[in-house]
Design a protein around this ligand. Structure first.
Ligand code: GLU
Length: 457
């Protein structure tokens, strides 16, 4: 059974990078009839907050990315909050220590920092030099018993080549000699990220992990760890970063769009999912896809290796299609507090839905259809045309109205339709005139043409 997961550190609303990671993992599981797991990596206590957990889960639900197992819904591999798994992590850390696969490291942060700086100056990779690896077990125990602070460091096996097949990047080879011994338990006793993350994936029987490319360099370490623990490793796939238009990595720190911001701006979840489905993932489907369509369109073999560029204009395109596809009930929910004409819903929505992408445009249409047009828009209208339109405004049949108007005025084409539209709506764009004609009552049409005659006479 395919099991994927999304393992965010809850630090606020989703940003485009991890939104896409969540989407792809959910699609990967659905496509294979597998399960999608939500694990909250909240061990960074200072930054993780309960309200961030809630915001994150609400964001995912709003997007329609429901998880089969997670902190709130439970499941057989819980707990799903990493902070609640500390004793499990402790057991496995002890196992590695007992077996000699890890050793206490007494190096102070200052010593380590100095070594890193030195390596940098010499142009060497900032690898741990192995200072504490050689401390005899008895001596190490004595120092620990005496209360000397120590981290636990994993002893990376020497002289091996690690090979793994990345879902996105294909075969990867890393020499263990290039991977320095690394900390798996911090001096304060908590498990380090690499360790907790890899162990939890194994214990949760995760089979596939799609995550950001920034974790690619962690993967060899996680693979040797899991090997030492005798646990199965998932298949990893590293998604290229999402960049902004100027080519720098997009993150919530640089003030780029967060999901909260997109929601506030009135973006629809199906627009967002359709856009992100295509961000760094090639699909031949050009139409707006529903949830099932997105699952069918997702193909991990088509994940791109090049950085993806976040493009708000593309997102607008999907928003437009999503808005056009809204039924009247969902449109009402989407508009929320946007005023809609009293008693005119859903006629109003049917009339304007093809002409709007955002709530502000809906509000503009509410105004245009409620208030009388500004005089400035009517300056080029012929008074005879407006007089004739006024005389004919009771005609219920639009083609009959136009035919009669043509006959009376001798006008046609743009000369006829442009002022007509302006007199009715105060705009030069919008729905077909026939539909506008039917939307207005004969009294409203009269009022509008009277007004137009007045301001042009
Ligand atoms: N908590 C990590 C992050 O948000 C998870 C990385 C991973 O997906 O393995 O970056």
């Amino acid at each position: 059974m395919i099991r994927t997961r999304f393992a965010p550190s809850p630090t606020g609303s989703l940003h485009p990078g991890n939104l896409r990671t969540a989407l792809f993992n959910a699609l990967y599981a659905s496509r294979a009839g597998g399960r999608f797991v939500l694990r909250i990596e909240d061990t960074d206590a200072a930054r993780s907050r309960e309200e961030h957990d809630q915001a994150l889960m609400e964001d995912l639900r709003w997007l329609g990315l429901d998880w089969d197992e997670g902190p709130d819904v439970g499941g057989p591999a819980g707990p799903y909050r990493q902070s609640e798994r500390a004793s499990l992590h402790g057991e496995y850390l002890e196992q590695l220590y007992r077996e000699g696969a890890a050793y206490p490291c007494f190096c102070s942060p200052e010593t380590l920092a100095a070594q890193r700086t030195l390596a940098q100056v010499d142009g060497r990779p900032p690898r741990y030099p192995g200072t504490c690896a050689a401390i005899p077990t008895e001596e190490a125990r004595r120092r620990l018993d005496a209360g000397e602070p120590a981290a636990l460091r994993f002893r990376v096996p020497a002289g091996r080549e690690l090979v793994f097949d990345d879902v996105v990047h294909g075969e990867q080879r890393v020499k263990t000699g290039d991977v320095g011994d690394f900390v798996i338990r911090r001096t304060d006793g908590s498990a380090a990220f690499f360790f907790a993350n890899a162990l939890d994936d194994a214990l949760m029987k995760i089979t596939h992990v799609l995550r950001g490319e920034d974790h690619l360099a962690n993967t060899p370490r996680q693979l040797v760890l899991l090997e030492a623990l005798g646990l199965p490793a998932p298949r990893y796939g590293h998604l290229p970063l999402v960049l902004n238009a100027s080519g720098s990595p997009l993150s919530k720190r640089d003030g780029s769009a967060s999901l909260a911001g997109l929601r506030e701006a009135g973006m629809l979840p199906e627009a967002i999912c359709n856009y992100f489905l295509r961000l760094g993932h090639a699909t031949t489907k050009a139409e707006l896809l529903d949830a099932a369509g997105r699952v069918a369109a997702f193909d991990p073999a088509r994940l791109g290796r090049a950085p993806a560029h976040y493009d708000p204009e593309q997102l607008e395109h999907w928003q437009k299609l999503a808005v056009h596809a809204l039924d009247t009930e969902r449109a009402r929910d989407w508009l929320g507090t946007t005023a809609v004409p009293a008693g005119r819903w859903p006629d109003f929505w049917r009339l304007v839905h093809d002409n709007v992408t955002g709530r502000a445009e809906v509000a503009d249409w509410v105004d245009s259809l409620r208030t009388l047009p500004p005089a400035a828009l009517l300056t080029d209208a012929s008074p005879e045309l407006l007089e004739a339109a006024l005389a004919l405004c009771g005609e219920p049949d639009y083609p009959a109205f136009v035919a009669a108007l043509r006959e009376r005025t001798g006008l046609g084409g743009r000369k006829l339709f442009r002022p007509l539209r302006a007199a009715l709506t105060g705009r030069h764009d919008g729905p077909e005139l026939a539909r506008l004609w039917n939307y207005f009552t004969p009294e409203e049409r009269r009022e509008r043409f009277e007004h137009a005659c007045r301001v042009t006479s």
